[in-house]
Design a protein around this ligand. Structure first.
Ligand SMILES: NC(=O)c1ccc[n+]([C@@H]2O[C@H](COP(=O)([O-])OP(=O)(O)OC[C@H]3O[C@@H](n4cnc5c(N)ncnc54)[C@H](OP(=O)(O)O)[C@@H]3O)[C@@H](O)[C@H]2O)c1
Length: 353
């Protein structure tokens, strides 16, 4: 309860402090560490590091830490969070047509002053657009207005009917959609740098790979200590597909930050449970994109800690506990139809909790 309150509590003094920074800081110097960063590091009880990047199969680099930009309650609120994140040196931002804030994300990134070629920007094809990939891509690019998109992901393998989020549109399959996305690299050359998928499982990815001319550069999935998805992560990494963890903290009110094993490792290392959760994923070369509107959290989430073998094993072992091993927090599940955006767990190739 207290943690839930802390999560929602918005430290106004902190916002004011950051507002001061916006007014005075030259964002063109974002490659330099933020001034307060070094002094913060000195107070740490363990070695902290800022995560680097992973190489994609198109030759580009993706920063292992990005800012998630999905805020269903207030899609535009992410604009200010982007400016805070940019100040601290975040270079990777994750949005989607579905988040209804591509315009705001684009505006904030232009305002941040980060040179375009330093930004890694992801957006996604929504489920109702599988029939017209080019038009959907053009619309996203027009809203973002950032010259090009670094990573364009198929948001879900299943298409859904317009205005019926939980009814699948089986008149098109993800292989056809992927072929259209492959075409984008030709028809929109220079406007899209890489293509990938999201919410693909071992089952759907294996099927896709049988037909793909271009191997997806990325698979964005919900993965964290409570849903480790090791077989899928292994498959992706064997195929050179970078895994990005969405909802890496399990969204607001997740029980993970109170988990006995995660808390114990956090206490031993002197950082927060959230930092342990993110560090664990980064240590297995998975990109994390936590969303935060809170400047303190945005800064904290950049500071990873190296877990030793025993600490890593302790978190890995959560996967052996049936109570904790298969928990998804992303709310796309519809209890009425027992589907996730129109598909059963079996169709998705997801393990049932
Ligand atoms: N591909 C997909 O289907 C898919 C689905 C869902 C999400 N995503 C992407 O993944 C991103 C992240 O996922 P998410 O937004 O669902 O959830 P999340 O990042 O796991 O969790 C966000 C919650 O954690 C809190 N938080 C963040 N850092 C914290 C810290 N250091 N300490 C304590 N609390 C902290 C935030 O609150 P504060 O704001 O108070 O910090 C917020 O309530 C999304 O924004 C979106 O870009 C993709």
């Amino acid at each position: 309860m207290i943690r839930a309150f802390q999560k929602w509590l918005f430290p106004a003094s902190c916002w004011l402090e950051h507002l001061g920074i916006f007014l005075t800081r030259d964002f063109r110097q974002l490659s330099q560490p933020a001034p307060r960063w070094t002094s913060y590091l000195r107070t740490m009880t363990c070695d902290m590091y800022t995560p680097g990047s992973a190489k994609l199969n198109n030759g580009a680099e993706v920063p292992l830490l990005g800012l998630g930009c999905y805020d269903p309650a207030n899609p535009d609120s992410i604009g200010e969070a982007i400016l805070v994140a940019a100040h601290h040196g975040y270079l990777h931002y994750d949005t989607a047509k579905f988040y209804e804030n591509e315009r705001v994300v684009g505006q904030a990134l232009r305002k941040s002053g980060i040179p375009r070629d330093k930004i890694f920007l992801t957006t996604k094809l929504w489920n109702t657009d599988h029939h017209d990939v080019e038009a959907a891509f053009d619309e996203s690019l027009e809203k973002l207005d950032l010259e090009y998109i670094d990573m364009y992901l198929m948001h879900w393998p299943q298409a859904t009917m317009p205005d019926q989020r939980f009814k699948s549109d089986d008149s098109i399959d993800y292989i056809k959609t992927w072929k259209a996305m492959e075409q984008l690299l030709k028809t929109r050359a220079g406007k899209v740098k890489g293509i990938g998928v999201s919410n693909f499982s071992v089952k759907t990815l294996t099927e896709l790979l049988k037909h793909a001319e271009i191997v997806p550069a990325m698979n964005q999935i919900e993965t964290h200590p409570y849903n480790q998805d090791r077989d899928l992560v292994r498959l992706c990494q064997e195929k050179g597909i970078v895994v990005t963890a969405y909802s890496p903290l399990g969204m607001a009110l997740s029980p993970m930050p109170e988990d006995r094993d995660i808390v114990s490792v956090a206490q031993a290392t002197g950082v927060t449970p959230e930092q342990i959760i993110l560090s664990w994923n980064v240590q297995r070369h998975v990109v994390v994109i936590p969303k935060s509107l809170n400047p303190v959290h945005i800064e904290q989430n950049m500071k990873m800690v190296k877990l030793n073998e025993e600490q890593t094993q302790r978190i890995d072992a959560i996967a052996n506990d049936p109570e904790r091993r298969c928990r998804r927090f992303c709310p796309a599940y519809d209890p009425q139809t027992d589907t996730v955006a129109g598909w059963t767990y079996e169709q998705l190739g997801w393990e049932k909790p």
